[in-house]
Design a protein around this ligand. Sequence first.
Ligand code: THU
Length: 124
Amino acid sequence: MSPEKLVKYAIEAQGNAKAKYSKFYVGCALLASDNQVFLGCNIESAAYPSTMCAERVAIYSAISQGVTDFKAIAIVSKLSAKPCGPCRQIIHEYLGGIPIYVSDGKTDKYETHFINDLLPFPFG
Ligand code: THU
């Protein structure tokens, strides 16, 4: 699947985000080696620390369904935000060196990153 198509899936997931406190809507699409796509969006709570990031919703969803091999991940937010620290750690542990496509979801443009660049000194 092309990066552009995976970004489109992430835009679809962004539409499901529940972000009434931050108004920062994030969508994620995780492409498994068997070509299944797992979507994630951020889900906020009035009990703020209960909020979960889009990336980890997608990753935990895939893993909980028994899928553990992945090809790529796309993340969409209005600022083309790179994953937060905890998500970087989880990406390092469970996704490894797959391409991380980041987009603002408005154009076809996307950036490509790798976890070694985003988290050069991982824990573990
Ligand atoms: N958020 C994500 O979904 N992924 C990240 O990597 C960083 C932050 C969400 C959490 C919260 O709902 C909102 O963005 C603002 O922090």
